[in-house]
Design a protein around this ligand. Structure first.
Ligand code: PRX
Length: 690
């Protein structure tokens, strides 16, 4: 079976070829570089996989590129369409030089995503299957909803929204924690054709106000308070402040629906605005549990999700109905090798795209059982994730490298005390996963049994773009591997010229795919300028990427995070990966800092493995590690000891803050309200001169 992999690698796209060093891997010889580190799926896994060989992938991939209309319409036909799409499956202008950018899929097709998630699956006999398990922050607090129960609740909310005047095309802002009511609300909006805009319930009042002002919602849906870990967060207070703020900009919110969460705050202690605020529990149960579907065009908007750009106000990424539905469902099925018996858990919050596509829509469209977890992944201790995995027999576990690294720091004992034998596929998203974290995830969490789907994608792409298909081919720790069906990644140089074979450069995509965003809400010009003008003819991802000799893709981080040291372009992710490969380094974040001689210097924030003391020797050793792995030019100029790194509650490192600390621009730190732990910043500043 090894030979099978070797030979078929000749089929890999983008110049992937024969792998002479595979012999070394099989014989267990030392590897020349990380590129040569191959992890093969077991025969047992491949044999049962949805895509079980490189040949099968290649055949499907080829068809998806050569006949995208045929490929995607066949898949789309598995969903319910009130009316089939018109003549064209896809109608696009992807080149700014030919006029306005336009992407349309299945135009003229009439459907509804909520219907396809719920009613269609219930009709197919899944009514009594658990759709959502809910695990509360406090161990012992939990619940579940079958597909039929979920539909009933969605209908009640949909009927309420209709009753207060929410119509097709109206925006609804959702500011809820990870309780079932969050996906319920999303689905209720989808059912009536309203456009939800979920705002991560860790954003500050100002950020929320900005979003309210931009999309002028008919209602805001929130919760009085939530506990994550031991910390109560008064969400309703934040919403009040945000609504007041946007009123100053002339945008008024007439209805604020508030879910009562007595575990976190008593009703009577919740601040209240009569006439505007209404308790969820007082009204929703009174509404009928059936609600007719609003049939919409495939190109009608499904949701708006704000994401930050490198400059300016947040961008309202707009996704539409038909293409997004087909794409999230398909990517979910293949990248996680989904089977109806799986129990699926994605640790992302629905406030981010991952929670839209891979907590709510993708899994439910497949009739999957999804776990929604309210709390912090390390509460009450670092073993909580594996406790949950064992409790629900989770088989697919999808998370972010940052969580993997922080759990790695807490030590293996928290993992190995749980069985985890239900796990069969692991997933990673959000940032490049460094090979040492990959290895730990694979060996310790997955007992060297579960393939890891390192999924590269973005808010803008709607679904996975470059991702392993577990079972189909060998993985390389740290590489997102190959494109998903229908995706043509190209690597271009700074002039926008495509580079073939082994290379690195800017990652762009040629031609549209069903899940692509269609515009930035209210600012189509910014959409074109940011994504389609930098390299005409392509969608520009903003990421750097290396393609190795075997055609595997290695994401090197945002190009806006690239550091240029003496004319050498260095991806911050590369330096970080080198640092964390040091056994005593738990986590690292690297930023560029102005340097008199070199233009930019490398400034590294380093978190050490528990209880290792800071020392001059260790500092030198870390620098040496980077010199060894990348080259002398990449050696950090400064190592800044960091007890913790400033992260958003979704686990993203806030480099903006690190750059300011590195540059000692301490009065320009900006909004730190979305940090999981704002104290981290204070500690870092105190340690600045150590
Ligand atoms: O830089 C890439 C990184 O996250 C960016 C997209 O961020 P966002 O829109 O917030 O979506 C995150 C969840 C999809 C990308 O431009 N990124 C995401 N996944 C990966 C990644 N970088 C490397 N490997 C990944 N698997």
């Amino acid at each position: 079976s090894y030979l099978r992999h070797v030979d078929s690698r000749k089929l890999m796209p983008n110049g992937a070829g024969h792998i002479p060093h595979l012999k070394a891997v099989i014989l267990g010889e030392a590897l020349a570089s990380e590129e040569d580190d191959l992890v093969l799926p077991s025969k047992e896994f491949s044999d049962q996989a949805n895509v079980h060989s490189p040949e099968q992938y290649m055949e499907m991939y080829k068809r998806s590129i050569e006949d995208p209309d045929g490929f995607w319409s066949e898949i789309a036909s598995q969903f319910y369409w009130k009316q089939k799409w018109g003549e064209k499956v896809c109608d696009e202008n992807f080149d700014v030089r030919d006029g306005k950018i336009k992407i349309e899929w299945f135009k003229g097709g009439i459907t509804n995503v909520c219907y396809n998630c719920l009613d269609r699956n219930i009709e197919a006999g899944l009514g009594d299957k658990v759709a959502l398990y809910w695990e509360g922050n406090e161990p012992g607090l939990d619940g579940s909803l079958t597909y039929s129960q979920l539909l009933n609740q969605v209908c009640q909310v949909a009927n309420y929204l209709k009753d207060i005047g929410v119509k097709k095309g109206d925006a609804v802002i959702v500011y809820l924690p990870m309780i079932n009511e969050l996906p319920i609300t999303m689905l209720a909006c989808a059912r009536i054709g309203a456009v939800h805009s979920v705002v991560f319930a860790g954003f500050s009042a100002e950020s929320l106000a900005q979003r309210i002002t931009d999309c002028k919602p008919k209602a805001v849906i929130t919760c009085n308070a939530v506990r994550r870990g031991t910390k109560p967060i008064l969400l309703k207070d934040i919403v009040d402040a945000a609504i007041n703020d946007s009123a100053k900009d002339g945008v008024s919110v007439d209805v604020c629906l508030v879910y009562d969460n007595p575990v976190a705050l008593k009703r009577e202690d919740t601040k209240w605005t009569q006439g505007r605020d209404i308790w969820w529990q007082d009204v929703i149960p009174k509404y009928p549990s059936t609600c007719p579907v609003e049939w919409v065009d495939a190109e009608d908007p499904l949701f708006l999700l704000y994401t930050s750009g490198s400059t300016g106000k947040p961008k309202g990424v707009l996704h539409t109905t038909g293409g997004y539905m087909v794409y999230t469902a398909t990517t979910f099925k293949y990248a996680f090798d989904y089977k109806p018996s799986d129990i699926y858990w994605c640790t992302a919050d629905c406030g981010w795209i991952t929670g839209h596509s891979y907590v709510t829509y993708g899994p439910l469209l497949n009739g999957a059982t999804v776990l929604v977890y309210e709390g912090a992944p390390n509460y009450p201790d670092a073993g909580r994730c594996w406790d949950i995995v064992d409790k629900y027999k989770v088989s697919i576990f999808y998370t972010a490298p940052t969580l993997v690294r922080s759990l790695m720091r807490d030590g293996e004992a928290y993992v190995t005390r749980y069985s985890r034998k239900s796990l069969r596929v692991l997933g990673s998203v959000g940032e490049p996963i460094n090979p040492s974290a990959w290895r730990w995830f694979y060996n310790v969490v997955g007992d060297s049994r579960c393939p890891i789907s390192d999924t590269w994608w973005q808010t803008e792409t709607g679904g996975f773009m470059i991702t392993p298909l577990p079972g189909a081919w060998a993985q390389k720790p740290g590489s997102a591997t190959f494109p998903f069906f229908g995706i043509q990644p190209v690597i271009v140089d700074e002039k926008g010229v495509e580079i073939d074979g082994e290379c690195s450069g800017y990652l762009c995509i040629k031609k549209s795919w069903p899940g692509a965003f269609r515009t930035l809400y209210g600012d189509h010009e910014r959409y074109e300028t940011t994504y389609f003008k930098p390299f005409a003819g392509y969608y520009f991802s903003g990421d750097g990427c290396r393609r190795d000799k075997d055609g595997y893709h290695w994401l090197t981080g945002r190009v806006d995070d690239v550091i240029n040291v003496s004319g050498h372009r260095i991806g911050t992710a590369e330096v970080e990966s080198a640092l964390v490969s040091h056994p005593q380094c738990a986590e690292a974040a690297v930023v560029g800092v102005e340097h008199e001689v070199k233009g930019q210097g490398i400034y590294a924030f380093v978190t050490l493995v528990d209880s290792v003391p800071y020392s001059e020797d260790l500092r030198k050793d870390l620098i040496l590690t980077v010199r060894k792995q990348i080259g002398a030019f990449a050696a950090p100029d400064k190592i800044h000891w960091a007890p913790g790194l400033p992260k958003t509650r979704s686990g993203k490192i806030m480099r903006r803050i690190l750059r300011k600390i590195a540059a000692r621009q301490l009065d320009e730190l900006g909004d730190t309200s979305t940090l999981a732990d704002p104290n981290v910043v204070k500690q870092l500043i105190e340690l600045s001169d150590s």
